[in-house]
Ligand binder design. Structure first.
Ligand code: AMP
Ligand code: MG
Length: 359
């Protein structure tokens, strides 16, 4: 049985948070909202409780979790030898959607870090998440609150879809603010290195840290025998059940809309409102589900709607979804990272490739 606890994200009710915190303290599992996506949390010092997270999600054991702490002052409960540069950084960016990989200490069980000597740590900027960690009194280990390989959950309804009946508690705390996961930076190397683009933009991080290393492979889809820059990243990720294909050129969206008329099964197009308007300009779309993700001029809006768009694709009768490219600047880098992984490297660049795909 899963207990649903509804909590106000602006003014979280203390008693309700306390109930959820009890469950964490007792070794249970709680899905909770953060400013990035929903997390599936357990006591980060309790190996048994954390093993439930892997079972529930069907998550491979070599994919480590993130430790969520209530304040930078908790860092020495989980990390070792935290240097001045890191302390200066967290003073400016926490609470916030930025996760730091640091040397871990021996109180952190192996299962949390998949046996690594480093741990990924962050302090979330969300009153429910912070209140839950504070009241639990322990770091909360949490990956995203979705079944493994599925799109991350950004709304309470998504969490219900994936985890109802599997977790002890789901907190209904409204929609996540950013809609994409935290940015992960490896602070154990010089220069600090981006492991996963996320809600906190590289441009902004560099204002605090100076130049960081952004590996060229960060937005390339990896084959199973490639070595991932961060553990877990080689897996299929964020993926809808239906096939998702990236259109490398916007004109292919128009071509797809025209070709759809003659197809047996409908297709879906995931795009900005500007592209959707252009597609509908003067013609009646047939055999198409349009999934509008937001504005090309406001990629934060697109980020917020992206995983919901992937889930919406699965709810349509479409055979597959075609998604437009977004500018890889600012939060666009994180958006395209999720799109590449969700599409599993499948894309079309020419009209003939598109025709072949739809046949
Ligand atoms: P999720 O919150 O579901 O996106 O999962 C957390 C992600 O954090 C994992 O997939 C890893 O890629 C990353 N991560 C966690 N711990 C470490 C670590 N010690 N070193 C590098 N990356 C990590
Ligand atoms: Mg995840």
């Amino acid at each position: 049985m899963t207990e649903i606890i509804r909590i106000d994200p602006i003014n979280p009710e203390t008693g309700r948070l306390a109930r959820a915190a009890e469950v964490i303290k007792d070794g249970g599992t709680v899905a909770f909202p953060t400013e990035t996506v929903y997390g599936l949390g357990a006591n980060g010092f309790d190996a048994n409780a954390c093993s439930r997270i892997f079972e529930i999600k069907g998550r491979p054991a070599d994919n480590p979790l993130i430790l969520h702490i209530a304040a930078a002052s908790w860092l020495n409960r989980v990390a070792n030898g935290v240097d001045r540069r890191t302390l200066d950084l967290v003073e400016k960016v926490w609470p916030g959607p930025i996760t730091l990989v640091l040397k871990r200490n021996n109180d952190v069980p192996d299962i949390v870090t998949a046996g690594l000597k480093t741990a990924a740590i962050r302090c979330p900027a969300h009153r429910i998440a912070l209140g839950l960690i504070e009241q639990s009194g322990v770091p909360i280990a949490a990956p995203s609150a979705n079944l493994s390989t599925k799109p991350s959950t950004t709304k309470f309804e998504h969490v219900l879809q994936d985890l109802d009946g599997k977790v002890d508690v789901i907190i209904d705390g409204g929609d996540a603010t950013f809609g994409v996961e935290s940015t992960i930076i490896d602070m154990t190397v010089n220069p600090p290195t981006l492991l996963r683009p996320g809600a906190f933009t590289v441009e902004e991080i560099e204002r605090y840290l100076g130049m960081i290393k952004v590996p060229k492979t960060i937005n390339q889809s990896l084959k199973s025998d490639d070595v991932a820059i961060a553990p877990g990243m080689k897996y299929r990720h964020y993926a809808p059940d239906k096939k998702l294909v990236l259109a490398n050129d916007d004109t292919l969206l128009h071509a797809a809309a025209e070709l759809a008329v003659g197809l047996k099964d409908p297709i879906a197009i995931l795009c900005s409102k500007q592209k959707a308007n252009a597609l509908m300009n003067g013609v009646k779309l047939r055999n198409i589900s349009l999934i509008v993700l937001g504005s090309d001029d406001n990629l934060y809006e697109v980020a917020r709607n992206l995983f919901d768009g992937f889930r919406a694709l699965d709810a349509t009768g479409a055979k597959l979804g075609i998604i437009q490219k977004f500018d890889e600047k600012g939060i666009g880098l994180a958006i395209m990272n999720r799109v590449y992984k969700a599409a599993g490297g499948s894309s079309v660049g020419t009209f003939s490739e598109l025709k072949e795909l739809l046949n």
